[in-house]
Write a protein that binds this ligand. Structure first.
Ligand code: GLN
Length: 314
């Protein structure tokens, strides 16, 4: 497709948002108290191009919990630290076909989590990050979130408090991983840092830039920084996103949108158009798989309006 200018992009995202703003389906995540309280009507949509333009519509300055989208940043860091072969061998690159917090994949595959983009694999990925101690592990992961987004990303003590006091399931996953020798640091350290990485605040524009950084092979279009080694890390991150980025709906997403994506239970979703742009959306109500209802629809509409689909030859 020909390269759209800024005015055309604005029109496309305004139209996508207007189409779905009144789609009132789904429910906020209720198992994390903080997330249950975010207003359900919030709805934002942003594009970040590789030229560094950001085009936005709606509530794109509202800061919400990054949640599972943090798994993308930590995966990128682990890939940089230990390389793609170790990540594939120790965590995996296959879809689980199971909910994001499932322990079943561990049972079925001798303790191997299969994907870094579900909770078990993400906690294992945290433990692969090179660090001398817990605070260095946290500092490096937070710095990667900042570099990928180009934003001043901070931990929300409110979200983190809400999660740390209710994350019993993820603690159990951590101990199961440890017993299967699929965790490479102290289990409660891995769970603590995983919980913190989910508890940072981002806005839709930050996520669009993160997606654009991956679209540009690891160069952040806002800051110009080469965040990830060229051609080594981002293709692997995108492959993992294609396979498991939207959990049990990853197949439907590939079928209908055809772009690598990642969602979080805070209501954020991002999608990557390699070599072209990042698209991100935010709206809290989720479907049964844990993906933002409006977010998925809006991104799908933008991608089809611009004729972006990885599997299309146009
Ligand atoms: N912090 C959440 C959890 O671990 C993130 C899950 C998600 O966004 N799918 O349960």
């Amino acid at each position: 497709p020909s390269k759209p200018d800024k005015a055309q992009l604005q029109e496309v995202i305004d139209c996508a948002r207007a189409t779905y703003i009144n789609l009132d389906e789904g429910e906020n995540a209720s198992y994390i108290p903080f997330l249950a309280r975010v207003p359900r009507y919030l709805c934002g949509l942003s594009i970040a191009t590789l030229d560094g333009d950001i085009i936005s519509a709606g509530d794109t300055d509202y800061r919400f919990a990054i949640e599972s989208i943090s798994k993308v940043a930590t995966l990128a860091l682990a890939l940089e630290d230990v390389g793609p072969d170790a990540v594939q061998k120790k965590v995996g690159a296959d879809p689980t076909g199971l909910p994001f917090n499932s322990v079943m994949a561990l049972e079925l595959h001798n303790g191997k989590p299969l994907s870094p983009l579900v909770n078990a694999g993400a906690i294992s990925t945290v433990s692969l990050v090179e660090a001398a101690d817990r605070e260095e592990r946290w500092a490096r992961i937070l710095l990667m979130q900042r570099k990928l987004t180009g934003g001043d990303i901070v931990l929300s003590s409110e979200v983190n408090g809400s999660e740390q006091t209710t994350n019993f399931h993820n603690r159990a996953i951590s101990w199961l991983l440890y017993s299967a020798e699929a965790l490479y640091c102290d289990p409660m350290e891995a769970c603590d840092i995983y919980t913190r990485q989910c508890s940072t605040l981002v806005d839709t524009r930050d996520l669009a830039v993160m997606a654009a950084t991956l679209a540009g092979g690891g160069v952040n279009p806002l800051t110009g920084e080469q965040v990830l080694s060229a051609d080594r890390t981002s293709p692997k991150v995108l492959a993992e996103m294609m396979m498991e980025g939207l959990y049990t709906s990853s197949g439907d997403w590939a079928y209908s949108v055809g772009l690598p994506g990642k969602s979080g239970v805070g209501g954020g979703v991002l999608a990557v158009v390699p070599g072209i742009m990042g698209i991100a959306a935010f709206s809290p109500p989720l479907d049964d798989a844990g993906n933002s209802v409006r977010g998925q629809k809006m991104i799908g509409k933008v991608a089809s309006a611009l004729d972006y689909n990885l599997f299309s030859t146009r």
